[in-house]
Design a protein around this ligand. Structure first.
Ligand SMILES: [Zn+2]
Length: 428
């Protein structure tokens, strides 16, 4: 059976989850030219599309491909290599020792990226917001698939390295590898590696080119002290910072913490999609600030746990959602997470933050991250006109056919995908 681009086919299954609210028992999805043409109950679909070849998935559920808005595929060769650190700053040292920025070949980066993309697909993830410091190599490895990627080129520009901003911006904005699978974005790295005026310049460049943005923000408690004084665990006291010798008197100080800083330098109000990774340490004022802008938050639950942030208090994702902030679940990289399963993240949240509505959690793996990446109405749901990114997962006969039990089963079991299509083409 041909299931490639340009062909029409029907895939029917015991159940189709079209979106977090909608389950169609004995449902079918019609695909043509890489897009979804129709979704509905199987028999009417078969009458309407008589003659179109049908694949029947026995004992399976069809879902929209899951969307991971924040990971670093180039670190996919580091699974299990770094024991849980006592602090993030020690993890960076370990990471540097295992994966020296200058000593990694393009082949090693491509192999790591390809392994991470393959693992993502096996977990039913069809779109990835991939932050890449080595974006020339990673984009080359990803431009022809297998997964849909928004490739955020990572940029650092702090103190004595600020003169390299233009070159880094040009490298991260390089669009030659854009394809049906790959689009590009920009990632100013973090408040302790990008100074405010550089952030402003990156935001302006993104707006001029309509590129989405992502940044690690309020991930660490010490960002506030760093921004205010350039001191503390992320500043003068950090071996990495001393070795790099970047800090100088021209870095503007900022007293009100990283979220206000990001607002001040234009990131929160940017006229392009913005994904803020982590937001582990927001103040009440910060949540108000975020609620006034369109930037989304990517909460990475198992990475939050790995770094011990839960010892300082629970993540405030629920409060953020209640304030109207678009929060999604993401994995971060295999250097801080055992795997790239998004359903595994939802399972962790279900266990650690009960009670969580499975429909809400599923929206945080599908429509919310799709919107965060600027891809709403293209991916994240099964509806006519959306890209044909579909995932088939097992659905045992004892699971009753309504939305809550089916989503509860998927989150409790976090099964691997049995089949995956991206742009209508078989990816698994
Ligand atoms: Zn990250």
């Amino acid at each position: 059976m041909s299931r490639g681009l340009g062909t029409e086919f029907i895939t029917s299954a015991r159940a189709v989850v079209a979106d977090p609210q909608t389950l169609i028992a004995d449902g079918a999805v019609v695909v043509g030219d890489g897009q979804i043409l129709a979704v509905g109950p199987r028999q009417p679909i078969k009458r309407r599309f008589a003659g179109v070849v049908e694949q029947v998935l026995e004992g399976q559920v069809l879902l929209p491909g899951l969307v991971n808005a924040h990971t670093h595929l180039e670190l996919s060769d580091l699974a299990g290599r770094i024991p849980a650190p006592s602090h993030f700053t020690e993890w960076v040292l370990e990471l540097g020792a295992l994966s020296p920025a200058s000593g990694r070949t393009d082949e090693a980066i491509a192999a790591a990226v390809t392994a991470g993309a393959g693992q993502s697909i096996r977990y039913g993830v069809t779109t990835i917001g991939d932050v890449s410091r080595h974006c020339a190599a990673s984009r080359r490895a990803l431009r022809d698939g297998p997964v849909r990627v928004v490739s955020f080129g990572e940029i650092m520009a702090l103190g004595r390295s600020r003169n390299r901003l233009e070159a880094r911006l040009a490298g991260a904005s390089e669009w030659g590898d854009e394809s049906d699978f790959l689009s590009i974005g920009l990632s100013p790295h973090a408040p302790y590696s990008v100074e405010g005026p550089a952030l402003q310049q990156i935001v302006r460049a993104a707006e001029a080119r309509h590129l989405p943005l992502t940044m690690h923000l309020a991930e660490l408690l010490e960002e506030r002290e760093f921004l205010a004084t350039l001191g503390g665990r992320l500043g003068g006291d950090w071996e990495v910072m001393r070795r790099l010798n970047l800090l100088d008197a021209d870095i503007p100080r900022f007293a009100d913490g990283p979220v206000a800083w990001a607002e001040h330098y234009g990131l929160l109000g940017a006229q392009v999609p913005v994904v803020l990774a982590h937001l582990n340490y927001p103040s009440a004022d910060d949540i108000d600030r975020l609620a006034r802008c369109r930037a989304a938050v990517a909460f990475c639950p198992r990475t939050h746990h790995y770094f011990g942030h839960d010892r300082q208090g629970r993540h405030r994702w629920r409060e953020m959602l209640a304030s109207g902030i678009n929060v999604c679940l993401a994995t971060d990289s295999l250097a801080s997470n055992p795997d790239l399963s998004l359903l595994g993240e939802a399972q962790f949240v279900q266990r650690e933050y009960p009670p969580a509505d499975p429909r809400e959690l599923f929206s945080m793996l599908t429509i919310r991250p799709a919107r965060a990446l600027g891809l709403a109405r293209h991916i994240g749901a099964l509806a006519p006109g959306y890209r044909a990114d579909l995932v088939a997962m097992p659905l045992p006969a004892e699971v009753s056919l309504s939305i809550i039990p089916v989503l509860e089963y998927l989150i409790a079991q976090a099964p691997s995908a049995e089949q995956v299509w991206i742009n209508g083409g078989a990816a698994l």
